[in-house]
Design a protein around this ligand. Sequence first.
Ligand SMILES: C[S@@+](CC[C@H](N)C(=O)[O-])C[C@H]1O[C@@H](n2cnc3c(N)ncnc32)[C@H](O)[C@@H]1O
Ligand code: SF4
Ligand code: SF4
Length: 425
Amino acid sequence: MKTKDFDVHHHPCFNAEAKGQFGRVHLPVAPKCNIKCNYCNRKYDCTNESRPGVTSKVLSPHQALAYMEKVLELEPRISVAGIAGPGDPLANPGATLETLRLIRERFPGLILCLATNGLALPAYVDDLASLSVSHVTVTINAIDPKIGSQIYAWVRDGKVVYRGERGAGLLLERQLEGVTALKEKGIMVKVNTIVVPGINEEHVIQVAEKMASLGVDLFNCIPMYPTRETPFEDIAEPDPVLISRLRDQAARYLPQMRHCTRCRADAVGLLGEDRAKELASCLRACATLPLKGDEDRPYVAVATREGLLVNLHLGEAASFQIWRRTESGGFEPVEERPAPRPGGGLKRWLTLSEILKDCRAVLVAGLGENPRQVLEEAGIKAYEMTGFIEEGLKAVYEGGAPGLFKARRQGCSGGCRGGGGLGCL
Ligand SMILES: C[S@@+](CC[C@H](N)C(=O)[O-])C[C@H]1O[C@@H](n2cnc3c(N)ncnc32)[C@H](O)[C@@H]1O
Ligand code: SF4
Ligand code: SF4
């Protein structure tokens, strides 16, 4: 079938025959998640770990568009732009839909794809269809809430957190509704089932049977990758012989994906020829672009006592120094702007966003999650660091200097395997 400007068969995950010819890029624009799987660790900022959920940077939609342009220059065989985390794309619906919209507009010939746990899927199927998203992967690990409750620590719907069978039951309900709605729209659906020894390994076949009854196109039995600092870290990875047997049994119901490489959330390239390491500096550079691409934001605001070091927390700065890049490539302070007075909660940070609206970033020694969110929603990236202002400015304007800024989630889990590991998911 040929739909619009792209050919749905050119997806290397859904069609094994396409995998040597066509590649995919994951755009890491979705950091938050609305459930907690007991095998998943979404710590990022690591270039070496090769497992699902890891990315070296999170991008805004406009940064992701700029990154996509660069990636296609380097690797024109990429036919798919997908969003697979590092959290759940539909737990970050604003960033996800905006990214898909920007990519669809600029690259009508690309296949758009999404991987989700399905909790928020029913609410967004119409949006996905209207953006011509043609391929969706839903991770469904159990069709029995008793089994699901051993895999999911919690499920958050709006502001309410559900645990145990109630949480797993709600998730399952939404997954079934979401998959049905996707198929009604003619979207290709792959179901990922993570095989967790001792928990769901024999149940996997029942999941496949149920998915077949909903018209799912492809089934992907994925061996759980034991990940440090998760409740399942001590469960051994399932044996390849077991996985092969489960795939053969599940094949009675659905076609099987047997070539999944368990990609990172910033995977890029052909499957099995991942170029995420090679493109890490490009990804980092794109993460330093203004958060909102269409605005002119020449300045960076700095919380400093004396004008040499970044040494004040956001909340304790009575004023911010405003710096810019000079034509010769150096940096100079242009003015000092008073900060809003303490107190006033959210209003204080909204006022600060207005004061700094021509700044692409603010350098501070520390800040809380609420002001960070308010500033970032206004397009001002907040970087936590201590040290020389000029070093921070260089990193903001030019990228590089990994490690200078304090990671939002601290480094990798210590289980780095120097990038060898398992390829991508
Ligand atoms: C990182 S998630 C992102 C998309 C979405 N949040 C989801 O879970 O479907 C991509 C895939 O990686 C899987 N995954 C995460 N951690 C894993 C692990 N330790 N072993 C195997 N698969 C894992 C997820 O279950 C999902 O199928
Ligand atoms: S839904 Fe995806 S990102 Fe969220 S915890 Fe599970 S595997 Fe991780
Ligand atoms: S994780 Fe598997 S399905 Fe997802 S992009 Fe990688 S190979 Fe394709």
